[in-house]
Design a protein around this ligand. Structure first.
Ligand code: RAT
Ligand code: ZN
Length: 448
């Protein structure tokens, strides 16, 4: 589109018309959700959905211990429905659900026609017991406005590997992503798993071991067809250094990315197991050294990098780095910065420093219905930030048309992700063949 050709009568000069146009465009655009932990229904129990999974989300588990004296051990020993009941009582009935994660559950319930002020979970349980999972998936994707989503796939997880090896049906809207944390962050234990699958690897990540990891990634990429490779990294992530991580990155991962023509996603700043008793809810945050990302981008100019940082304090540095390296794409407001106030300030800064050349949000959904609230909440906040930037433009004497606003919004929520993943030529499917969930998995040991 040539913006210069906008007819004067189409240009929006008025503040409230601008707010309306931005809100309508952001509210209706189909989203490419670039990072989730969701699985298709064919992956059976790996696919989380329904009220008990929603309430036992680790964001809520972390909040429970601030409002209830139960010990983590006693809590985790309870069956999931009882955990969900306790969380409901403590965080939703005895207290107003003010936090982002609790408010999110209310949004989900309200959008599904359920009462977020119910005293018990009975009504919600009946609702979910009655739904047909495949129809429910369509309802959820429609309510969330999600056209495509990226999963988080770990071929070293034996349970997950079985589903891939038995060629379980994967809904084409669910895109595979190979997660490298075991290889790049837990090499000291993971090399044994690779060895057990027949790869000639060692604790030191020798040259031969690095070649074998390349072979492993080639083999699983053939099966999964990943849209990108991803890793979450601690705040002290350094590059380059004399560690198995740098050897594996340079000798295997970055080459595989080049060969497949896919980006590497860097999610930096997580301190795993700050309070190990809390399990998944026990991770914390630390400041990252953004110069490590800059060096990766500089030394590997042919590679593309997606990056999201966990610490609020690192957000500005990532944007400065992105202005220096066109092969770096900031994405999402990750985990502890995925709150309306932080999304708004980060997104405003991103518009101011990068224009529309970033991916504003991902859901990080672990439970299917979370897509509904994560996107409902994020759309509202991103719309506010985009409105502020267009309002500045109006003050500067440049008046946007509705079509121009819609084009920017499509780029933010769909085009930048598709471009980064080289999906521009591939059309999003209009309809999907739905297959029944698999009832039995082969008990073959995964072989790479
Ligand atoms: O947001 C989350 O659910 C975290 O537990 C992590 O999964 C994080 O998003 C990650 O991908 O490591
Ligand atoms: Zn995640």
């Amino acid at each position: 589109m040539l913006f210069r050709e906008a007819k004067p009568e189409d240009q929006i000069r008025d503040e409230s018309a601008l707010r309306q146009a931005v809100g309508d465009a952001v509210g209706s655009v189909p989203v490419f959700d670039i990072h989730t932990h969701l699985f298709p229904f064919s992956f059976e129990r790996l696919c989380k959905w329904g009220i008990d999974d929603l309430l036992t989300y680790h964001y809520l588990v972390a909040e429970l211990f601030r409002s209830c004296e139960i010990s983590p051990k006693a809590f985790f020993d309870m069956p999931e429905p009882r955990q969900a009941d306790l969380i409901w009582r403590k965080l939703f009935v005895e207290n107003p659900p003010l936090s982002e994660a609790t408010a999110g559950v209310c949004t989900v319930l309200a959008k599904l026609g359920l009462d977020p002020r119910a005293k018990t979970l009975d009504e919600a349980r009946e609702f979910f017991a009655d739904v047909d999972p495949h129809e429910h998936l369509e309802v959820v994707l429609e309510l969330a406005g999600v056209s495509d989503l990226a999963m988080t796939n770990d071929p070293l997880d034996d349970q997950e590997a079985l589903y891939w090896q038995s060629d379980s049906f994967v809904d084409p809207r669910f895109h595979a992503v190979i997660r490298l944390d075991p290889i790049l962050c837990q090499w000291e234990t993971s090399w044994r798993k690779l060895e057990a699958r027949g790869y000639k690897v060692d604790a030191e990540a020798s040259e031969q071991a690095v070649d074998e990891v390349h072979r492993f990634l080639d083999s699983w990429s053939g099966r999964l067809q990943p849209r990108y490779l991803a890793v979450s990294l601690p705040p002290d992530f350094a590059y380059p250094d004399d560690s198995p991580r740098t050897r594996l990155l340079e000798g295997a991962v970055l080459h595989v990315c080049r060969e497949l023509d896919v980006p590497l996603a860097l999610m930096v700043g997580v301190r795993r197991g700050v309070n190990p008793e809390l399990g998944l809810a026990g991770d914390g945050v630390g400041w990252a050294d953004v110069s490590a990302i800059e060096r990766l981008c500089a030394r590997w100019p042919e590679n593309r990098f997606l990056a999201t940082l966990l610490a609020l304090e690192n957000q500005h540095q990532l944007l400065v780095a992105s202005r220096k390296f066109a092969n770096l794409m900031p994405f999402g407001c990750w985990w502890f910065v995925n709150n309306p106030s932080t999304i708004e300030s980060i997104t405003r800064l991103r518009f101011e420093m990068l224009g529309a050349t970033f991916i504003p949000q991902h859901s990080d959904a672990r439970v299917l219905e979370q897509l509904i609230y994560k996107w409902d909440h994020s759309r509202r906040v991103v719309a506010e930030a985009l409105f502020a930037s267009f309002r500045q433009l109006q003050h500067a004497g440049w008046f946007p048309t509705k079509a121009e606003i819609e084009s920017v919004v499509r780029r933010l929520f769909q085009g930048n992700a598709r471009g980064m993943l080289c999906l521009d030529q591939i059309q999003a499917p209009l309809s999907v063949e739905v297959r029944p969930a698999m009832s039995q998995v082969s008990d073959d040991r995964p072989k790479a």
